[in-house]
Design a protein around this ligand. Structure first.
Ligand code: ZN
Length: 325
């Protein structure tokens, strides 16, 4: 009996909420429709009569709901896009800051890990060939031909007083993407000059270059590698010496130049040569393919510092990336 009573009660209980549920849904629909009519009237739109078109009204309510959902979805999507953009931007900024901090860390940051990374990227070591005292049409062009043939980079430290006479050669250097730098105007020992003369040697060369090619604040190689504290302070740019002297000026012998360089070259070296002597051009014709064969990437001075992640700083006299006076 008890269980039957419970069953009946249970049935009564289960029937009761179902009935009220129907009523609740109906009353909700009425309220919803009334709400829509009120809103539409306020907006001055044509009111849809609930009593005449109940199905249309329900459809309109559904449409309105869906439309609103679409607007919300669109807004959220836009928000997401904005968020994504912001995140992307923050990411990029983070990367930039990362790069910046790497640069700022300077030579101390040239960790083993980064050296490994470079090796992965370049599959070998990098060195910079540099040519001083030119341009000199015959020799410079011969050197350029070899460099172009092997897709090698280099830096030419040009003497200012030669610019006008050899402007075509200068333009060929520049237009083929080689780095043009300054070897001062008249190849004097800067240590022995007055402040005014030092500035003029550097500025006049830059002005002379600017007449034919588009360069600014070029690197300077002081003649004879001499740059005392005064010269460095007045230079207004980075000063570049060398870590490997080909001694072409001394031996004037292509075989000796080749042997000396191949016997002593190391990763990161800046090699001193002169585009003045036939023997230098002859040596370069053998050296360029041989150095590439040995796994060296031949680049300009600026590119070498970039590869080694060493920032070029104003007023510093470098022998090579990570080695300065
Ligand atoms: Zn010189």
């Amino acid at each position: 009996m008890l269980s039957e009573e419970n069953n009946r009660r249970g049935k009564k209980k289960s029937g009761h909420p179902f009935f009220w549920g129907i009523l609740e849904v109906f009353s909700l629909l009425v309220m919803f429709a009334a709400g829509i009519l009120a809103v539409q009237k306020e907006d001055g739109e044509e009111a849809i009569s609930f009593s005449r078109h109940p199905l249309i009204t329900i459809a309109a309510v559904a449409d309105s709901f869906l439309a609103e959902q679409k607007v919300i979805a669109a807004a959220e999507s836009a928000g997401d896009t904005q968020k994504e953009l912001t995140e992307q931007k923050e990411g990029e900024q983070g990367e930039k800051e990362g790069e910046k901090s790497l640069e700022e860390a300077g030579k101390e940051d040239e960790s083993l890990e980064e050296t490994k990374k470079d090796e992965e990227i370049f599959d070998g070591s990098a060195i910079a060939l540099t040519f001083d005292d030119g341009p000199f049409t015959v020799v410079t062009n011969r050197i350029l031909d070899v460099l172009l043939e092997y897709d090698a980079g280099a830096t030419f430290f040009v003497v200012g007083s030669r610019i006008e006479m050899y402007s075509d050669t200068l333009k060929r250097i520049y237009e083929n993407g080689f780095e043009v730098a300054s070897h001062t105007w008249s190849h004097q020992n800067l240590d022995k000059l007055s402040d005014e003369e030092i500035k003029r040697e550097i500025e006049d060369t830059e002005d002379g270059l600017s007449k034919y090619i588009s360069v600014k604040n070029v690197l300077v190689r002081p003649p004879y590698g001499s740059a005392n504290e005064t010269v460095r302070a007045l230079a207004g740019t980075s000063l570049i010496n060398w870590s490997l002297d080909s001694q072409d000026w001394k031996s004037r012998d292509a075989d000796k130049i080749i042997k000396h360089i191949l016997d002593t070259v190391q990763d990161g070296d800046i090699i001193l040569m002169h585009d003045l002597y036939d023997c230098t051009a002859e040596a370069v014709e053998s050296l360029v393919p041989e150095l590439i064969e040995r796994g060296y990437r031949l680049v300009s001075v600026s590119e070498l510092f970039r590869i080694k992640k060493i920032p070029l700083e104003e007023g510093i006299l470098y022998r090579k990336p990570g080695d300065h006076y």
